[in-house]
Design a binder for this molecule. Structure first.
Ligand SMILES: [Zn+2]
Ligand SMILES: [Zn+2]
Length: 422
């Protein structure tokens, strides 16, 4: 269908410049649909003024002065497609958006919308007549035009890929929702105290509500790495929740003297510009942990962190039940010969699948601390259960140190001294 024929067909109903131009959206660059619509409308006006017989709704030419034909168009009814959204409503929506995002700190944003069914239907009726060759859907124009205005109003940038704030406009309910992108902070921590889990350990009985099992605390440990690190962060970004991911699980009762990488996600932050150096100092004041190298990162690092296979070196003081047989100590080197076969430890089997895993011990050395006391330094592959390597876990870990030494373990004091990042 020729452009002129199409334009005349569309102009049989009252139509605004935006909705007219949008049917020719893919023609010429550098114009808004409104500008395209205006040009086409004027061109059809030329035809009418030169007395060509075109059958259109003349109210579409309201405000245009004809020179040769005696026509004085009446004020048009509302645009058949958008019901004058672009002329009368859009600024009100923009004002509402401004209200809604006031107080949120962001640099980039995206706008999405749910538009009225009647708009979509009216648009499709036009397409049924003129085809869809150069058209753009009304929804994408609304999103873009809202975006342009909000950009102008706030000085912030429209960003399709990674917006800080996503604004969702629902024209059916006249409501606006916002989604604020999480902030991700990467860093490395050391843990100097025992009895601290990596993440907040919510009480399994009450799910955090507080019950007799947890003494009304809602959690099983007074604090965690996550809670110590999140505290000053949540405060400055004015958020309520975080998610914590560390490189490898933390043994609650082991210290972590090597620096362990982590990412903390701050959910729905109101502020985004924060001084991480200052936060670093605040966290490290806790004495229980220390953090270094805090920096902003992306979500994708979490997956990398969780799937990274990182060797660890442990230092452990082991107290045995009987006197240590020194002649047997060199047998510990047997652990390096082939991977250790471990069934899921008894202490965790109630919450994890019972299966076998094979993990290598890469280095082992020892120092006698007393008749019954041994210090061991062990480098192992990621995922090896180190306590079970020492105790044997009732035969579930093979080979194991207790069996090799023919001695039962009384007590283990465990420290992670190095995390071997690649
Ligand atoms: Zn319209
Ligand atoms: Zn509880």
């Amino acid at each position: 269908m020729k452009i002129v024929t199409k334009a005349i067909e569309i102009l049989k109903n009252p139509i605004c410049d935006n909705c007219l131009g949008r049917e020719f959206s893919e023609l010429l660059s550098g114009y808004s649909n409104e500008q395209r619509g205006k040009v086409i409308r004027q061109f059809i006006g030329f035809l009418i003024d030169s007395d060509e017989k075109v059958e259109v709704d003349l109210s579409n030419f309201y405000g245009i002065k004809f020179r040769n034909v005696k026509i004085k168009p009446q004020r048009p009814k509302k645009c058949k497609i958008c019901k004058n959204f672009f002329q009368e409503k859009i600024d009100k929506v923009v004002e509402k958006i401004r209200e809604k995002i006031k107080g949120i700190e962001f640099n980039t944003f995206l706008i999405g919308s749910i538009i009225l069914d009647e708009m979509v239907k009216a648009q499709e009726n036009v397409w049924a007549k003129v085809g869809i060759e150069y058209v753009e859907p009304i929804k994408s124009e609304i999103n873009r035009e809202l975006g342009k205005r909000v950009e102008k109003l706030t000085g912030k940038k429209f960003d399709l890929k990674n917006p800080d704030v996503t604004v969702l406009v629902d024209l059916n309910t006249d409501s606006i929702r916002t989604q604020v992108r999480s902030l991700y902070v990467f860093g490395r921590y050391q843990k100097f105290a025992r009895g601290i889990p990596q993440t907040k350990w919510i009480c399994p009985k009450c799910k955090g509500g507080g019950c007799t099992y947890c003494n009304g605390k809602g959690k099983l440990y007074p604090t965690s790495i996550q809670e110590i690190i999140e505290k000053p962060l949540l405060k400055v970004v004015k958020a309520k929740k975080s998610k914590f991911s560390g490189a490898g699980r933390e043994d609650i009762n082991a210290r972590c003297l090597g620096f362990r990488p982590f990412v903390i996600e701050l959910i729905k932050p109101i502020r985004r510009k924060i001084d991480l150096k200052k936060i670093e100092k605040q966290i490290s004041r806790s004495k229980k942990i220390k953090v270094k190298g805090l920096k902003f990162t992306g979500k994708d690092l979490i997956r990398k962190l969780k799937t990274a296979r990182i060797d660890k070196t442990y230092s452990t003081k082991v107290e045995f039940k009987k006197k240590i047989d020194k002649n047997k100590l060199k047998k510990l080197k047997d652990l390096l010969k082939e991977p250790i076969l471990q069934k899921t430890p008894l202490r965790v089997v109630h919450r994890r699948t019972d299966k076998f895993r094979r993990r290598a011990v890469k280095k082992i050395s020892w120092k006698i601390l007393g008749n019954k006391k041994l210090q061991l330094k062990i480098r192992s592959e990621s995922g090896l259960y180190i306590r079970e390597l020492i105790t044997g876990d009732e035969g579930r870990t093979q080979p194991n140190i207790a069996d090799l030494l023919g001695n039962k373990v009384k007590k283990i004091e465990l420290d992670v001294i190095k995390i071997h990042e690649k």
